[in-house]
Design a protein around this ligand. Structure first.
Ligand SMILES: [Zn+2]
Length: 213
């Protein structure tokens, strides 16, 4: 009995810790495309991109599970911390490239080159799944490249889809989303977070002006 307790104690702590640091919810998946939800795995309420949420292999697996896209690959090729670090590098590179694109700026030449290199490498290792129409590219199963390629191909699929024309960035934070509305349309990644923050800030500003007047 004592043995069981000794073994269960650290296990419980580990699980609790993992849960604490990787709390994804429906609010983490408001981008409208899984590639955008991946780019939105930061928790900042501003444009800083300093609050990374993809902190560990467990966080990545948890994100995949909540997204409903967890594949068998998670069991066959479990991600390592190096994979997660590479994903964060690619996520930030893609974020810079797409941020420039949505604000009609040309991305930095180094970023364009690196972004293209990622896609070419991933495609060079991928194969087409011809059982599906249109056939998607499937990432290599080679462990050293699998995870980065899987997300590079996800992003590549998005930027070449008709959905990419609807890409918008939240006016308050750095998150992306698809704007399906007409006219000016949606301005916030999520009305209940950034939309509300904007309303509160605007209200405060109006009150300050009135107080001064
Ligand atoms: Zn936002």
């Amino acid at each position: 009995m004592l043995d069981i307790r000794l073994h269960c104690g650290p296990l419980y702590v580990t699980l609790f810790f993992t849960y604490e640091v990787t709390m994804w919810s429906e609010e983490s998946f408001v981008g409208g495309h899984l590639a955008l939800d991946f780019l939105n795995t930061v928790g900042d309420t501003d444009k800083s991109r300093s609050a990374n949420l993809l902190t560990s292999p467990e966080a990545l697996l948890d994100w995949l599970a909540v997204s409903g896209t967890e594949g068998r690959d998670a069991k066959v090729t479990p991600p390592l911390q190096d994979d997660v670090d590479a994903l964060i590098g690619f996520r930030e590179l893609t974020h810079r490239v797409l941020s420039a694109s949505v604000s009609n700026r040309t991305p930095e030449p180094d970023d364009i080159q690196a972004f293209e290199a990622h896609i070419k490498s991933a495609l060079g290792r991928a194969h087409l799944d011809l059982t599906v129409t249109p056939p998607p590219w499937i990432a290599t199963k080679v462990p050293a490249h699998h995870w980065i390629d899987r997300f590079v191909l996800l992003v590549d699929g998005f930027i070449r889809s008709p959905e990419a024309a609807k890409l918008r960035q939240c006016e308050r934070c750095s998150w992306f989303f698809l704007n399906s509305g007409r006219g000016r349309g949606r301005r916030w990644c999520n009305m209940s977070t950034c939309g509300n923050r904007h309303k509160v800030a605007a209200h405060r500003k109006r009150r300050q002006v009135n107080d001064k007047g």
